[in-house]
Design a protein around this ligand. Sequence first.
Ligand code: DQQ
Length: 538
Amino acid sequence: NLMLTWQRTAYHFQPEKNWMNDPDGPLYHKGWYHFFYQYNPDSAVWGNITWGHAVSRDLIHWFHLPFAMVPDQWYDINGVWTGSATILPDGQIVMLYTGSTDENVQVQNLAYPADLLDPLLLDWVKYSGNPVLVPPPGIGAQDFRDPTTAWKSPNVGKWLLTIGSKVNKTGISLVYETTNFTDYKLLDGVLHAVPGTGMWECVDFYPVSTIGAIGLDTSANVPGIKHVLKASLDDDKHDYYAIGTYDPFNNTWTPDNPEIDVGIGLRIDYGKYYASKTFYDQNKGRRILWGWIGETDSEADDLMKGWASVQTIPRTVVLDTKTYTHLLQWPVEEVESLRSGDPTLTDVNLQPGSVVPIHVNTSTQLDISAWFEVENTTSSMEADVGYNCSSSGGAVTRGALGPFGLLVIADETLSELTPVYFYIAKGTDGKAETHFCTDQTRSSESSSVGKEVYGSTVPVLEGETYTTRILVDHSIVESFAQGGRTVITSRIYPTKAIYGAARVFLFNNATEASVKASVKIWEMGSADIKPFSFINQL
Ligand code: DQQ
């Protein structure tokens, strides 16, 4: 049945069937990347949460392994929820996760591999003294979850970690200190709090280098770093981050700019994306970000197709040392191994109002890089103050200097298409402001799927061209602007622009700007995610 298979991705991670949500405990061990995830073994909707487990040599080609942990103890019988791994200096692996107890109380539990010598880490032991943490006084029984990776305290031998929560409508992150991961002390105060942001799920806290595009171990605390604090807001289901300074003696973190604090400023991804988590890859000295792409169709449709959710291509994450205000996210280099043959190269002048097809053999699996040079006419920006991707009408709304970009997962007649575009407008400060958007309004002829226009502003510095990278994979479009300063992931449900019928186009729907576009497109192979039994053939 075509309906059941056409949305399956070819090189994004997804289980064979049923429901998946948050990434959990990613780590690198003895030559293998390990990926765990929230999984319902029984159905394509959330429930019975179990830890799925997969391994890969390269973060792209995966093998499914047996479940790492199932809900079988009083302290996690209602779900083995989200958690993080910490690798200790002696090589031990500590997994801390949230359990939903027999009484639906959120507690933190400890687990560890039965055999560290096993590169596949097949067997996980739940600590006999679980739970190791219960909600502290003043914290709701259901507002205490998702422990982070631990980092070294300046107090020798001690570790610190943080857990998201809320007090009334203020999102907070509690800090705990431990030496052995079985006994913990709640520290006074909080790492950070932001009024009005509600429950903080899946907090992530890590250092980034202000000097070079390198990754840092979570415990790194040396000159030349900033700390990123990320929270997934339960109230609006988006991941927000801010860049700031960590004081390890008081265990507080302060945003560089309080106006773009956690939950009120920048998002990791402006599309369908949630519950992200990073880990330090000691193999390649980089920090890698995973994120969950949920569905935007109906639950009934998910049950019919028998599966729900995909994970993004893992992304490296570094501080943008040109702006210092944004992170840069970029698909791991290993994804480029799926590029097949020579890229299609196109150079074209796009006159206002033009749509130009690009000829590639198959357009459902692509890696696209595009550069746009715009003939700028500052005066014509008058009309465009207050542009906003989500509320300005999408790619059909014409302005002097936008939109221009690409149409992906489009059919020949342009009845289905997903525009990914830039729109240069005038900011409230009178200066040019660039918006980067993905318009799903016409992405599907189905009427029961999400059709929002996603996006936000993206800094474009003096002398930079407008650049985008787009990963297309059947029903997923991951779009990166300006090297990953602004990122948008779209979950789409084409009904006509599938398989051989999918096309890609360049477009310029601005009324005045003439745009010179250069595009490089690779067709992408499949990652062929394999069952456990195949792993012995390596
Ligand atoms: N998903 C988990 C929770 C977490 C939420 C449960 C975020 O631990 O807070 O499946 O999507």
